[in-house]
Design a protein around this ligand. Structure first.
Ligand SMILES: [Zn+2]
Length: 77
């Protein structure tokens, strides 16, 4: 999806963009046990949407949050 080609249907109809309102509108996931207002940690995420088939992919925006997740979340085996 990040290349502009949908990973599900192959269409070049992927939409996303910096400065676009949807990127700044409360797109976060919790990455530690407590909620953000009680001392927890959240990570902003970017969404990529295919306008042809509706597939959505979500990526953590900040590399420092990826480091936290790698150090604290269990690996999928
Ligand atoms: Zn698609």
């Amino acid at each position: 999806m990040k290349t502009g080609v949908c990973s599900k249907c192959g269409a070049r109809e992927v939409r996303a963009g910096q400065g676009f309102w949807a990127k700044d509108a409360a797109n976060f996931i919790a990455i530690s046990p407590m909620t953000a207002w009680r001392g927890g940690k959240v990570a902003a995420v970017d969404h990529y949407v295919c306008a042809a088939c509706g597939d959505v992919e979500t990526y953590v925006s900040d590399a420092s949050n990826l480091e936290y997740i790698a150090a604290n979340w269990p690996r999928v085996e």
